[in-house]
Write a protein that binds this ligand. Structure first.
Ligand SMILES: [Zn+2]
Length: 305
């Protein structure tokens, strides 16, 4: 990666250079879509569209898996944490606090001492937190810097691999997938893998950004790493496609699923579409962006007044 590559990557109002193709909705399979925005939160040119059936937001063209791998290798930490190699101490402290909060919510909902798998485990804080509480916990993470950091404390309980490369039996009481699904161009296939790794009665906990809530930021809610954008309804639709039904929720897009009778898929698609339309079509993402930025700029003044 040359200084020229970094400069080109950071330069606003230019396109992200990546290989990709126009694909049907990766959640419901419908091809028809409506343009949402042509910029992302870094003011780079990025085309985002909304599925006309379930309301899922997606990057169009969808980056290929190789293009995404390349992006994570080169730019991801630079873009989102200002770091290029190892995770920073402040970041790690924040992650540890989040992990114990998530454990506290999940603990009464799964068997004590049960077997758990963290899908996209990052720097490993959630796996550590579950081990401390007596669970038989493990995780995997494709990012080399984070996985090797986690392996220092977790050893073989942390595997450096992507989800297509890990092999498991139906052995887990809980699979967690936190802040991961929005990065994947094939979220239903990933959910299918999670389901195949569950014991009978096992559960899946999924956490993604709530694009309905983030709509207040307009196109500031969009960025290259998040190739799909969910709301409460189309997240349940995606899970419903692999036989999962919501059994509990922390908030609209932090949901606990178990195998169960299929939800009403047509209704979930309708609600997903109506929600996305109200958030990103009826409300103009450019106007919303500037209103939000203006509000942010005013807030400190109000406080000091
Ligand atoms: Zn769709």
């Amino acid at each position: 990666m040359t200084p020229f590559d970094i400069a080109a990557h950071l330069l606003p109002f230019t396109r992200y250079r990546y290989d990709g193709e126009t694909v049907p909705c990766p959640v419901c399979g419908f091809a028809s879509h409506t343009p949402v925005a042509g910029l992302d939160r870094r003011l780079k040119r990025l085309s985002t569209v909304m599925c006309d059936r379930c309301g899922l937001l997606r990057t169009n063209p969808m980056p290929s898996e190789e293009a995404l791998d390349r992006y994570y290798e080169r730019y991801y930490r630079l873009d989102y944490q200002g770091a290029v190699s190892a995770p920073r101490a402040r970041h790690l402290r924040k992650r540890a606090a989040e992990a114990s909060e998530r454990r506290a919510w999940l603990r009464p909902r799964i068997p004590a001492g049960g077997r758990t798998l963290d899908f996209g485990a990052g720097s490993g804080e959630f796996v550590s937190a579950m081990l401390e509480a007596g669970f038989d916990a493990q995780g995997f993470e494709p990012g080399a810097a984070y996985a090797s950091h986690a392996r220092q404390t977790l050893g073989r309980r942390m595997v450096e691999a992507g989800w297509r490369d890990v092999k498991h039996q139906a052995e887990f009481d809980l699979v967690t997938c936190m802040s991961v699904l929005e990065h994947l161009g094939t979220p239903v296939e990933a959910l299918q893998a999670m389901v195949s790794w569950l014991k009978p009665g096992g559960k899946v906990f999924v956490m993604v950004p709530d694009m309905q809530h983030h709509a207040q930021k307009g196109f500031g809610a969009l960025h290259f790493a998040h190739v799909v954008g969910f709301n409460h309804h189309n997240l349940q639709y995606a899970a419903g496609r692999v036989g999962l039904r919501m059994i509990d929720m922390v908030n609209p897009t932090r949901l606990l699923f178990g195998r169960g009778p299929a939800p009403d898929m047509a209704e979930l698609a309708q609600l997903g579409l109506a929600t996305a339309r109200a958030s990103y079509i009826d409300q103009n993402p450019v106007r919303a962006y500037f209103a939000y930025q203006l509000g942010r700029a005013r807030r400190p003044l109000k406080r000091s007044a």
